[in-house]
Ligand binder design. Structure first.
Ligand SMILES: [Zn+2]
Length: 468
């Protein structure tokens, strides 16, 4: 299996670090203060495709994702939404609510949440305190008036800061940043821990008798939760390219400082930004969508998954309602082919099975070649093209459906059950009415089925149905 590794800046052959056959993956998860926007969701689809592809390559996986349930944004919005509650209660109330919504939306877009282990930042505070204390004891972190900071200059004495992003170091080596999501082009000392401000939730913490009651910074959360669950170094770290700096750079620094191992994660896999109508998504540009908007426009969340899979993860997917309609059509075509299993007798054509299996092998090879989903989808189209009303191997069709469901997460089988016996009888009655030239009756039945989303296509000796 090959993957583009941001750490080495090239496509590398992927092998697990140890010989246990288990691949350990960590994906930066959601900050649970609101609905995830579709750009975030696209990153989780890529992470899910990565895990499926690693499994397709023959490995087992241990895949961990965090919930950031304490940070600047969760604290800000919990205070705003629940001003009368105790800050800690307000934080729990807000973040648990959005955790539930997130899990639901993950399933709707075809991500397998059963294969993920979720960890909450607020359940990992003790381990964060331990790491921060160690960093202070080793001189790589220091206590300031508003928290504990990571010292980049001290780190630089034995390690290199900027391994992923090649970011410049700040000219003023004493500059500090307290905000979690700073977007500067130079590295500064960043907060590992922030002392309590009025109205904020806080955890007690002391180092050398200094009272540091407060809460963790964002970056320390991921260092602690990834290594706590997976050990260090682990195999693959995923996230959107916006996380390379400062988030992932800071994770590496925190986890490799002092006497810790030199390597944090072996592979870093980053997906490109999702564009909306060709431009970057931003609240100010009114092109900021969530899955709620997608569903309100009567699209299936899996149409959105199809749209994401139609682009390579290293190039920007472009979300537009037209592109979503195109993805919906492709998925509908696939579903309609899958529905033939209820309607066309099995041709038991071994030749067809061989051609289809060959195309599925090529789809698999595409996925293992740096997650080339657009090419994998093209081979699936070609595999479906082998099937016709006159020649349909049920075994070949079953193989295609299994590949789509297991390797692409597009859930075709469950979306294509047989129609009801009443509907099947109606189709037969209509066919006979038409044969007897009772066109009024035939049209009536067609319209009634159509209003239930079942469309008919007349062949010479029978009628094929398709769901819309
Ligand atoms: Zn993270």
């Amino acid at each position: 299996m090959k993957l583009f590794n941001t750490r080495t800046k090239q496509v590398d052959e992927f092998k697990p670090l140890d010989d246990s056959n288990v691949v350990r993956i960590y994906s930066c998860g959601p900050t649970v203060y609101n609905h995830a926007h579709i750009g975030n969701l696209s990153a989780y689809i890529v992470a899910d495709m990565l895990r499926r592809s690693v499994q397709l390559a023959g490995y087992e996986t241990r895949h961990v994702m965090n919930f950031t349930d304490v940070d600047d944004k969760t604290i800000r919005d919990s205070a705003r939404n629940y001003p009368d509650l105790d800050p800690a209660e307000a934080l729990t109330k807000l973040t648990r609510h959005y955790e539930t919504i997130f899990l639901c939306e993950m399933q709707e877009i075809g991500n397998d949440t059963e294969s993920l282990t979720f960890v909450r930042a607020t359940d990992s505070i003790e381990a964060m305190k331990t790491l921060i204390t160690n960093l202070v004891n080793q001189g790589v972190a220091y206590i300031a008036d508003d928290g504990v900071y990571f010292s980049i200059s001290k780190y630089q004495e034995s390690r290199r800061y900027g391994q992923l992003s090649h970011v410049e170091l700040a000219a003023d080596t004493k500059s500090r940043v307290n905000n979690d999501e700073y977007d500067k082009d130079s590295a500064q000392d960043f907060a590992l821990w922030k002392t309590q401000k009025p109205g904020e939730p806080a955890w007690s913490f002391t180092i050398d008798d200094v009272d540091l009651t407060g809460r963790p910074g964002w970056h320390i959360e991921c260092s602690v939760m990834s290594v706590g669950e997976l050990g260090q170094p682990f195999d693959i770290h995923t996230g959107g390219i916006d996380l390379i700096f400062p988030h992932h750079e800071n994770e590496i620094a925190q986890s490799t400082a002092g006497d810790q191992p030199e390597l944090y994660a072996n592979f870093f896999v980053h997906n490109e930004h999702l564009l909306v109508d060709g431009i970057k998504m931003a609240k100010s540009k009114r092109n900021f969508y969530t899955l709620v908007d997608v569903k309100e426009q009567h699209f299936d969340p899996l149409d959105f998954r199809m749209l994401i899979l139609q682009s390579h993860y290293q190039s920007a997917s472009n979300f537009s309602w037209d592109n979503l309609t195109a993805a919906q059509n492709r998925r509908r075509n696939w579903r309609n082919k899958a529905e033939l299993r209820w309607q066309i007798p099995d041709s038991s054509d071994d030749g067809q099975v061989e051609i289809v299996n060959n195309l599925l092998d090529q789809a698999k090879a595409a996925l293992l070649d740096n997650l080339d989903t657009p090419n994998a989808l093209k081979y699936i189209d070609e595999a479906f093209d082998q099937l016709s009303y006159d020649n349909l191997s049920h075994f070949a069709l079953d193989n295609i459906i299994n590949f789509i469901d297991d390797c692409l997460g597009l859930a075709i089988r469950i979306a294509t059950p047989n129609i009801s016996e009443t509907d099947r009888n109606d189709i037969q009655i209509r066919f006979e009415a038409k044969t007897n030239k009772d066109f009024e009756r035939a049209d009536q039945i067609r319209q009634s089925l159509s209003s239930n989303g079942i469309l008919l296509n007349d062949l010479s000796d029978h009628t094929i149905w398709n769901r819309q």
